[in-house]
Ligand binder design. Structure first.
Ligand SMILES: C[S@@+](CC[C@H](N)C(=O)[O-])C[C@H]1O[C@@H](n2cnc3c(N)ncnc32)[C@H](O)[C@@H]1O
Length: 278
């Protein structure tokens, strides 16, 4: 089914305003991802569907639409440099300096949960038996309820596990059926999944020691990226890190200090005593 230019422009504006996602060049994607759904719901065309979408005050229709529009592609060990930094710099420094043994970590745009579970596995690897003494639970948020439901279940097809280091599958997963693995309860209990739209103000109580927002801002325009990075900066603790995707460019007015490609740090007081390079 094809969408008329006027309906498409309105939908682009609506999605960008509400979720930051820029669909301007994604007409084909919108048509392919929504057509069957629109017909299944009994609408005759995009125009009729869009009217129902904009008039829906329950939030259900918008949630259904965003479940279909978002790109949730993710996998374990994606951009391994971040996991190396997480263990060898972030956790290594925490072990030396964090007397309260508490870390606040946020995976923003966590999709199916591979990223936050991956961090929890890295924490187990690095801290070993000491992990019991630490509170390093990870907040993981997304705007797609579909992705969050899957993430909470923590079930993955065998091929998703292929890039994990040797032995991790046996340690951190339970085989549930032929070719299907579930993350162990221990790792699952380290991650708290919540709905959060990055276009909304950040109102979590704690300041974060680490925020990951990888391969999410790629769908945002420059102004939205800039606004979001300022919000992340305000929500970061002094010395806190921000990881972004390696294919993403930081906004022109990035307030964090660049440590290395795709890794940034909040340093407001000269940074004495803070480790900024490996
Ligand atoms: C490509 S996935 C990235 C997953 C993971 N961070 C990674 O790098 O593998 C992008 C995720 O960002 C989420 N997303 C897009 N816009 C968002 C918004 N406004 N608020 C929260 N999450 C959003 C999507 O639902 C999707 O799950």
């Amino acid at each position: 089914m094809q969408i008329l230019d006027c309906d498409f422009e309105r939908l682009v504006t609506f999605v960008k305003f509400k979720y930051g996602i820029n669909l301007q060049d994604k007409k084909f994607l919108v048509e392919t991802r929504l057509s069957n759904y629109i017909l299944d719901c009994g609408f005759s065309d995009f125009a009729e569907y869009c009217t129902a979408l904009y008039n829906d005050t329950s939030g259900r229709e918008v949630a259904n639409m965003i479940n279909r529009i978002t790109t949730n592609h993710t996998y374990f060990m994606r951009e391994t440099e971040h996991f190396d930094h997480f263990m060898n710099v972030f956790l290594a420094d925490a072990v030396k300096n964090r007397e309260d043994k508490t870390l606040a970590i946020w995976s923003a745009g966590c999709s199916f949960g591979n990223e936050p579970y991956n961090l929890a596995m890295c924490a187990c690897e690095f801290l070993g038996a000491r992990k019991r003494e630490w509170d390093c639970r990870i907040l993981a948020t997304d705007v797609s309820f579909h992705a969050l439901r899957n993430a909470k279940n923590g079930m993955y097809p065998e091929q998703d596990l292929e890039q994990l280091p040797p032995g991790w599958r046996e340690k951190y997963f339970i085989k549930k059926a032929k070719g299907i693995y579930q993350v162990t309860d221990e790792i699952r209990s380290d991650v708290i999944f919540k709905y959060h739209n990055l276009m909304e103000p950040i109102e979590f109580k704690r300041k974060f020691d680490l925020i990951l927002c990888r391969n999410v801002m790629i769908y945002f325009d420059e102004r939205t990226k800039s606004m979001l990075c300022r919000r992340f900066y305000d929500a970061s603790a002094e010395g806190g890190y921000l990881y972004i995707g390696h294919a993403e460019a930081a906004p022109y007015d990035m307030m964090y200090r660049k440590v290395k490609t795709a890794i940034y740090q909040k340093i407001t007081h000269g940074g004495e005593g803070l480790r900024t390079t490996e």
